[in-house]
Structures are given as structure tokens and as C-alpha cells.
Design a protein around this ligand. Structure first.
Ligand code: C2E
Ligand code: CA
Ligand code: CA
Length: 477
């Protein structure tokens, strides 16, 4: 073999070797990417699960977890089980006195004492702030003993940093007698018993009884009414048009919930507060999202250029990351562009929830939804939080808008809110516009969207469809 041939052979071998190395390297790279991807995915899922079900302060499981696993937990005890709703007495004072960080230490200590009491089980859950639930087995004698043990344990002094404190707790117990117990039912019964314990002077336990049921008959009636309405499909939605101030065209719809029962219509003011109080609001909010999205899809089919649909959800959802998962899934399943959905809720009152509110808004935004603060100006609206949170719209409370022309004070307030909102690049919706004079003022203030009886009342889906079709045909002419 001459030199040229040798060089050619060498080049051939080295070229192919080089190529093999490149391909091999590439394969290793791909495998590594796949491994990293799945590890990260697993980690992300794990983190997400943790966010959904773990209480970050005490490391206990939270209410979402308990709601989801309730039946299995109860069944696993295979015998008599009691549901304990525990609340510290006057915790708010300690919170104010010690600040957040130190009062969290108290909550951690409470969690540990409760865990100790239920060992070897781990059935202790933090529902929110200083509200805990314990699920524990035992017959009549055993649960009496366990109850007084719990109260005593929680009464032992708390040594937090340099402070030694004495706290007491109140407790409501529901001895589960239902054959197929539901989390909401147990929570409501034990909570009513807890309220009774508080009203009897705190630092004690009250067992749920028929007497308590009788005393709270209004609560039970409403609870049943809402539950039955959910079960029987008595809920329905109406849609109130939102118009563009300049063109007066309908550009959005707000879905509003109602109950139809024995030929009567019940409005949200009669429903929502009870639903929030008795832990039924999550089911309602899910219903609203589900039905609104389906309706939005049907509205889109008319080809009417609807910019957005607003859905109202309870402020309570800000503590419920499961809701984000739900609304995101619903948008995916219905093939809805989330930027066409505005999620409306009122601002939270409790400072300890500010961070959660911000996280909630960010999570909605990260999935592409728009976010609006409802009833702005009433209650606890804060201009600072307007700038901090990544909002899209604010809705000025109806109280300032209705009869605006007759109230110079309201005119000043509305003008100030609009100016600030524009400064933060937020779109403004004024609702409750009932007459031309108010319209003229809002128009001169450059409020972008309007909603009110002057234009449309809340309408049925059928009427909306009719309006859209009419608008489309007049446009064509
Ligand atoms: P909101 O979100 O501020 O809804 C606007 C309310 O103002 C609606 O009452 C609507 O009918 C009424 N409204 C609109 N324009 C005018 C007007 O020009 N004049 C007057 N007098 N009223 C007007 P609605 O439907 O009774 O709802 C009351 C509240 O109930 C809502 O206030 C909202 O906070 C809550 N809500 C309604 N639907 C839902 C829902 O699906 N989920 C949740 N969580 N809450 C809802
Ligand atoms: Ca609203
Ligand atoms: Ca409102």
C-alpha cells in the first residue's frame, strides 16, 4: 500500500470514527436530556403536589388533601371515628402581639402536639390559619378521654423564643354516624359544635348533637338547599353584556349565577355567602367555570367578535391551588383561548393572604387568563396592591356608579380610580350604569368598558345569541 492509499485509508477510518463519535455523543446527549427532562418533570409534579396538598407552615396536610382523601381516611379506621374541629382561643391577639413569624411557631407547636396525640396515626390537618382538624377512632369512652387529653395538651405553656404563653383551645366534635360520610357534612357539623363551644365561653369541647342542628336550622336549610340545587341541576347562568364605551358594541359578557327552584329564581346575594360559609363554594365555582366555558364556545360559533367572557369566583379560591389546575384543564378541554377569559374576584381582606393572592394571580396569568378585581373601591381595595399585582382590569364598584351624576363625591372618587388605573395600564369597567347622564360622565373619563341596566340586564343564553345574530346581520347590510 503506497503512502497515498495509506493516508486515504487513515482518513476514511478517522472520518468514520469521527462520525461515530459525533453520533454516539449526540445519542448520549439525547439520553441525558430525556433523563433530565423526566427527573425535572417528576420533581415539578412533586412540587406541584406539595403546593396543592401540603401546608407550608406546619408541614401538615391541608384541607385540599383532606377533602380529596376523606373517604379513604375514614374507611381505613374500620370502626367508630370522630371528626374534631379545633381552633385556638384568641389566637388573633397573639398574632398581632408576636407578629407572623413567632405566631407561626405556635401553630407548628400545636401541629406537633396534635400529631403526638394521634400517633401512630398522622390524621391531623390544617384547614386554615389556626383551624385544625383531627380524625381519630374510638368508642364512646375512648373519644371522651381523647377529647379531654387534647384540650389539656393544647393548654400546656408554649415557649416561643423568649416568651412563655398560655393558650387554650376550643373544639367541636362530630362522631361520624353517616354511612357514607362527606367531608363537607362533617366539617359543617363539627364547625357548628365548635361555634357552640366558643359561645359557651371557649376552652372546651362540644359534641355535635340534634340540639345544635335545631339551633342552626337556618344554616342547615340553606346548606341543604344549595346542596340539592347542585345535585338536581337547579343552578343556571345568565350573561350580562359588557359594552365598549365608545362604540357601544357588546364586547364582553359576565356570567352570573342563579338557582331556579319551584318556579322561583334565587339570586347570588341569597346564595354565595352561605355557600362560602358552609364550604360549598368550590363546587359552585367549578360549576360556573365549566358552564361558562361551554357557553363561551357556543357564543364563539356565532362568529360574533366577543373579546372576552368574565367569570366570578370566590376570594376563597386564592387559597386553593386546585382551582388553578381545574380552570386550566377546563380551558384545555374546551379548546378555549385563556386570554379570552377574565377571572373576577374581590380583593382579600386579610393581610396574611396578600402573598397568596399575588401567587394566585400569577398562576392564573401564567396560564394565560386575564384577571380583574371586582367591586373596586368598596371594602379593602388598595392602590398599592393594584400596582404590585399583575392585574388586567378593575371593576369599579356599582355603589359609586349608580347615580354618579348626582354625587360630586363619587365623581371625584371615580375620576381618581380611573386615573390611577390608567397609570398602571389597567382597563377599567364601570358597572351599574343605569342612565344617560352617568354614561356621559364615564365616557368623558375614558372608562373603557361599561355594564349596566342602561344597556342590558343579565340575559339568557338564548337572548344573547339573538342579539349577536341581529348585530351580525345589520353589519352585513
Ligand atoms: P357582581 O360581580 O358585582 O355582579 C354584578 C351584579 O350587579 C349582578 O347582580 C348584576 O345583575 C347587577 N347589575 C348589573 N348592572 C346593574 C345595574 O345597572 N343596576 C343594578 N341595580 N344592578 C346591576 P347579581 O347577578 O345579583 O350578582 C350579585 C353578586 O353575586 C355579584 O356581584 C357577585 O359578587 C356574586 N356572583 C354572581 N354570580 C356569581 C358566580 O357565578 N360566582 C360567584 N362566586 N359569585 C357570583
Ligand atoms: Ca363580578
Ligand atoms: Ca362588581
Amino acid at each position: 500500500m503506497n503512502l497515498v492509499s495509506k493516508i486515504m485509508v487513515f482518513n476514511f477510518v478517522s472520518d468514520n470514527l469521527g462520525m461515530s463519535l459525533v453520533i454516539g455523543g449526540f445519542l448520549v446527549f439525547i439520553i441525558l436530556v430525556v433523563i433530565v427532562f423526566f427527573t425535572l418533570r417528576k420533581q415539578t409534579l412533586k412540587n406541584y403536589q406539595a403546593m396543592l396538598y401540603d401546608d407550608e407552615v406546619t408541614e401538615l396536610k391541608n384541607a385540599n388533601y383532606l377533602r380529596r382523601n376523606f373517604n379513604n381516611i375514614v374507611i381505613s379506621f374500620d370502626g367508630d371515628v370522630s371528626f374534631y374541629y379545633i381552633n385556638l382561643d384568641n389566637f388573633k391577639n397573639y398574632n398581632d402581639l408576636l407578629g407572623h413569624k413567632l405566631s407561626n411557631q405556635i401553630l407548628i407547636e400545636v401541629a406537633n402536639r396534635l400529631l403526638n396525640a394521634v400517633a401512630p396515626y398522622k390524621t391531623v390537618y390544617r384547614i386554615h390559619s389556626d383551624h385544625f382538624v383531627v380524625i381519630f377512632p374510638g368508642n364512646k369512652v375512648e373519644r371522651e378521654r381523647f377529647s379531654s387529653e387534647l384540650l389539656l395538651k393544647l393548654k400546656e405553656p408554649y415557649v416561643i423564643s423568649i416568651h412563655t404563653m398560655k393558650l387554650t383551645a376550643s373544639m367541636g366534635r362530630y362522631d361520624i354516624t353517616m354511612t357514607n360520610p362527606r367531608f363537607n357534612d362533617c366539617l359543617l357539623r363539627s364547625e357548628l359544635a365548635l361555634q357552640e363551644a366558643k359561645s359557651l365561653g371557649k376552652d372546651q369541647m362540644v359534641v355535635y348533637s340534634r340540639n345544635i342542628k335545631r339551633k342552626n336550622s337556618e344554616a342547615f336549610t340553606m346548606y341543604r338547599f344549595i346542596k340539592d340545587a347542585l345535585k338536581e341541576g337547579d343552578f343556571f347562568l345568565e350573561y350580562q353584556p359588557i359594552i365598549d364605551t365608545k362604540t357601544k358594541r357588546i364586547v364582553g359578557l359576565e356570567s352570573l349565577i342563579r338557582i331556579r327552584h319551584s318556579h322561583e329564581i334565587y339570586f347570588p346575594q341569597e346564595i354565595i355567602a352561605y355557600a362560602e360559609k358552609y364550604h360549598l363554594i368550590d363546587e359552585i365555582d367549578h360549576y360556573v367555570v365549566h358552564e361558562s366555558f361551554k357557553a363561551f364556545k357556543r357564543f364563539e360559533k356565532t362568529k360574533y367578535p366577543l373579546e372576552f367572557m368574565s367569570v366570578n369566583i370566590s376570594t376563597q379560591e386564592i387559597k386553593n391551588l386546585g382551582f388553578i389546575e381545574y380552570i386550566h384543564e377546563e380551558a384545555l378541554q374546551n379548546n378555549i383561548d385563556p386570554s379570552k377569559i377574565t377571572v373576577e374576584f374581590t380583593e382579600t381582606y386579610y393581610p396574611e393572604d396578600y402573598t397568596r393572592e399575588a401567587e394566585f394571580i400569577n398562576a392564573l396569568k401564567s396560564h394565560g387568563f386575564k384577571v380583574a378585581i371586582d367591586d373596586f373601591g368598596s371594602g379593602y381595595s388598595s392602590m398599592v396592591r393594584l400596582s404590585e399585582n399583575q392585574l388586567d382590569k378593575i371593576k369599579i364598584d356599582r355603589a359609586f356608579i349608580t347615580n354618579l351624576s348626582n354625587s360630586p363625591t363619587n365623581q371625584k372618587i371615580v375620576a381618581a380610580i380611573v386615573q390611577l388605573s390608567h397609570g398602571f395600564e389597567l382597563d377599567v369597567i364601570a358597572e351599574g350604569v343605569e342612565n344617560q347622564e352617568d354614561y356621559a360622565i364615564l365616557n368623558s373619563l375614558n372608562v373603557k368598558y361599561l355594564q349596566g341596566f342602561l344597556f342590558h340586564k343579565p340575559l339568557s343564553e338564548k337572548t344573547c345569541m339573538k342579539l349577536f345574530k341581529e348585530a351580525l346581520t345589520t353589519e352585513k347590510k
